[in-house]
Design a protein around this ligand. Structure first.
Ligand code: HEM
Length: 440
């Protein structure tokens, strides 16, 4: 394929294999003769292209006014690689092993407070509350209910700015979000200062993930600057909050609708609990032994990926399958294109956690780059283990609590709460004690 302007114009719209490719305009151009889908090969191509720095991850610029220009998605190349190395010190297994016991007790307390026989609750509301508290508390060590509630309020005002119009005028959600951002930053800055000065220096501090982030060094022995620490910390809470809450919401819906899945979860969690002494907290080994639970969560993420997809921008003319994609073009990849495609997942619309069970996985081998709920390329999610820990603990305590839950809106629709999916009425449920054979 030639590189003349004419050839580019003629060739680029005939791209196939991608969701959408468009110029630097707000309006996506659907290739007229292309398929509006993508496959695992196209996902691999995008990931490799980004590794070779021919493409880069693209978020709308205004989001970084709120997230901070040093947040991981805003940085690229060597600076980004360095941040990822340092993030391993805070979100890697070593750090998580230190906090899993605390996460376990927080989760147990949450379930005791919210899940009571006969109560009517909104699942969306309480799992959001849970996800925020776990992320904020484990990261910053904030424990008081009052401070956490205030932070959650600020955080929600801040997050609303990310999904509205970026108009910085009095009264707009964007202006309110900027104000909330400043207050959140003040809080984070003061905790960073305290930790750096070792003001509250007891052994408990070193268990906080923020302390691990402060102590972590890149390969040259350099730490994150204060500005980086602040933007990275705020971004981690953002990354952990709505994603895990959305996944838990839909996982609970799938469990409600599939009694056999509920039953298998109960068997798994009873077996794990039977190995523990009274009062003994969960360990990382316990989390990894919750294999069926992880399969349920991954199957939920396959069918209801919170992030839906992503956009990459070409940094130079690149070739794909005999076509040229010109420099500066944007490429949208959607997770549903492989997740809900029978070519990669047989009977792809069925909820079937067994696809992700280790034995079966080893036999059938999932195609690489077909399950992409955690993203692709150098910006792939850095919090997969954290997400697995918090979501598995939630299911553990819920299932062992021997509750059943019944939707009060059985025909509730899936809707957008930008940028994520949700259930339109907040998934209201009635909780009841489970005394059927399901829970014995
Ligand atoms: C079910 C839960 C989660 C899902 C589905 C998810 C999904 C994703 C996706 C799709 C990306 C890539 C975004 C992009 O392409 O720019 C991402 C990035 C990221 N996620 Fe997650 N995430 C989850 C939970 C978490 C948690 C719990 C944390 C941290 C505690 C976390 C930390 C991050 C970070 C730091 C990045 C940025 C990586 C970078 O830009 O280098 N995520 N996540």
């Amino acid at each position: 394929m030639g590189h003349s302007a004419h050839a580019r114009r003629a060739a680029a719209p005939r791209l196939h294999g991608f969701g959408l490719a468009w110029r630097n305009t707000a309006i996506p151009v659907l290739p007229p003769s292309g398929r509006a889908d993508q496959g695992a090969d196209a996902n691999r191509f995008l990931a490799n292209g980004e590794n070779r720095q021919e493409l880069r991850n693209l978020w709308p610029a205004f989001t970084f006014d709120l997230l901070g220009w040093k947040a991981p998605p805003a940085v690229h190349g060597a600076q980004h690689k360095r941040q990822r190395q340092i993030l391993s010190g805070c979100l890697g297994l070593g750090a998580l092993q230190r906090v899993v016991g605390r996460a376990d007790s927080m989760t147990q307390k949450h379930v005791e407070v919210w899940w009571r026989n006969g109560e009517r609750i909104s699942v969306v509301k309480i799992v959001r509350n849970y996800s925020f508290h776990v992320a904020f508390s484990l990261l910053l060590g904030t424990e008081g209910e009052k401070t956490l509630s205030r932070m959650e309020g600020l955080f929600r005002a801040w997050a609303r700015g990310l999904s509205g119009l970026p108009v910085n005028l009095p009264g707009t959600s964007f202006r309110k979000a900027m104000k909330a951002r400043d207050q959140l930053r003040q809080h984070i800055d003061s905790v960073i200062r305290q930790r750096q000065q070792g003001a509250a220096g007891d052994s408990h501090d070193s268990e906080e993930l923020l302390s691990q982030l402060i102590l972590a060094r890149d390969e040259h022995g350099c730490a994150l600057s204060v500005e980086e620490l602040r933007d990275v910390t705020l971004f981690i809470v953002f990354a952990a909050y709505e994603t895990a809450a959305t996944t838990l919401t839909f996982a609970l819906k799938f469990i409600e609708d599939n009694p056999s899945c509920h039953h298998r979860l109960l068997q798994e969690h009873k077996a794990i609990a039977s190995q523990k002494r009274a009062g003994e907290r969960m360990s990382w080994a316990d989390i990894t032994s919750m294999r069926y639970t992880w399969a349920v969560l991954q199957e939920t993420l396959r069918l209801r990926p919170p992030a839906l997809g992503g956009v990459k921008e070409t940094l130079k003319d690149i070739q794909y399958d005999g076509y040229t994609i010109p420099k500066g073009w944007k490429i949208l990849f959607t997770m549903a294109a492989t997740h809900q495609n029978d070519e990669y997942f047989r009977n792809s619309s069925d909820f079937d956690p067994s696809r992700f069970e280790i034995g079966k996985l080893q036999k059938e081998r999932l195609s690489p780059f077909s399950f992409v709920a955690f993203g692709i390329g150098p910006h792939i999610c850095k919090g997969i283990d954290f997400a697995r820990m918090s979501m598995s603990l939630y299911i553990h305590h819920l299932i062992l609590g021997k509750f059943r839950w019944t939707s009060l809106e059985p025909n509730e629709k899936i809707s957008w709460c930008l940028p994520m999916l949700t259930l339109s009425k907040g998934y209201p449920i009635l909780i009841s004690a489970c005394n059927t054979s399901l829970c014995l």
